[in-house]
Design a protein around this ligand. Structure first.
Ligand SMILES: [Zn+2]
Length: 349
């Protein structure tokens, strides 16, 4: 698969948005394409897409095809997979099969048994095709999007209804013990290296459960967080804290931009700053839908107003503890992502 040029992207956008593709969006698209293409990233291998029973040369070609819903699909990686330090932080796979029920099979690069998973997508960089610019210069969303976290079917529907063209997507694969996150560059049809490669020691990574990451990804996917803030939140959640300078090094931007981005997260009680070490930390309890609850002694929030807002977050998170496959509330098995019935059916223990 080859790079999607700016004129090609415009053609796909026109097919996707029809008469809603206004002159303002039409003028802005080549610029967005250029800016996206110029950004620093490390491509690993090309990927091929098979959606609803057909091969597509790009994600855009599938989006432009009205009949395609994204009910099922497959992502195949080309080239040598899993070799070298660029693959740090990633679980190498050869193919990922996507099923209509939101689950999938991850086929490992080195052979061996396939791994059952719950699969979701997260919209990253994108361009709105109607209704004015998508983002302020600092990357904050100007008009909140609907939920940007969902199955392939939901992602395709989101792109068509807003309408928008995605430039980058995160592919979230919830394995029984943890969630793997893959970044896809749709313009160049490439799987990208994790942004931490070469900038953060792998030893600094802290493993989180699939359920914790699910809560975090849902939070990020609510379409109200800037891209940079979302990325900071994701990285902070997988460490014991990072300074603004460390985050700026990883994302190749100024520490002022990091501070601005993370400010919104601290205001929402999702991140705290340890002034002694200058490290930002995630408020872990905000992402644990089934944690011990607001009275847990480890909830180290002393400011009464902030404490109340954290308690509200916890209550909201608790009420959302539902099975991502069937929607049944999850009361027991608190470390598990799916309900007992689905765990038996799809083999996610
Ligand atoms: Zn279920």
């Amino acid at each position: 698969m080859a790079t999607v040029s700016a004129p090609e992207l415009e053609q796909f956008a026109a097919a996707l948005a029809n008469e809603r593709f206004g002159p303002e969006a039409r003028r802005g698209l080549p610029q967005a394409h250029e800016q996206y293409a110029a950004r620093r990233r490390l491509p690993l291998v090309p990927f091929a897409l098979w959606i609803d029973g057909r091969d597509f040369p790009s994600f855009y070609a599938a989006l432009a095809e009205r009949k395609v819903q994204g009910a099922s699909g497959e992502i195949r990686l080309g080239g040598p997979v899993g070799r070298g330090p660029s693959w740090e932080f990633l679980f190498p796979f050869r193919r990922l099969v996507l099923r209509e029920d939101g689950t999938g099979d991850l086929i490992p690069a080195e052979g061996g048994a396939s791994r059952r998973a719950v699969v979701r997508w997260l919209l990253r960089e994108h361009v709105r095709l109607a209704g004015g610019p998508s983002q302020a210069p600092d990357g904050a969303p100007l008009t909140p999007l609907p939920e940007t976290f969902g199955t392939l079917l939901e992602l395709v529907a989101l792109c068509r209804s807003v309408p928008l063209v995605p430039l980058g997507l995160a592919l979230l694969v919830y394995l029984p013990e943890e969630r793997a996150r893959y970044e896809l560059d749709l313009v160049h049809n490439q799987l990208l290296a994790d942004p931490r490669v070469g900038r953060l020691a792998v030893a600094r990574r802290v493993a989180r459960t699939a359920r914790f990451s699910w809560g975090l990804d849902r939070q990020v996917g609510r379409g109200r967080t800037s891209l940079l803030a979302a990325r900071c939140l994701e990285l902070l959640a997988e460490t014991h804290g990072l300074t603004a300078v460390e985050l700026a090094t990883i994302f190749g931007c100024s520490r002022e931009l990091i501070d601005t981005g993370v400010e919104g997260l601290t205001g929402r009680g999702l991140v705290t700053l340890d002034r002694r070490t200058a490290r930002y930390h995630v408020a872990l309890e905000a992402f644990l839908p089934s944690s011990a609850g607001p009275t847990a002694p480890e909830l180290a929030v002393h400011d009464p107003a902030l404490r109340t807002s954290v308690q509200e977050l916890l209550a909201a998170a608790e009420s959302r503890a539902t099975c991502p496959l069937c929607g049944a509330p999850i009361v027991h098995g608190r470390d598990r992502l799916v309900c007992d019935d689905c765990a038996r059916t799809v083999g996610l223990g």
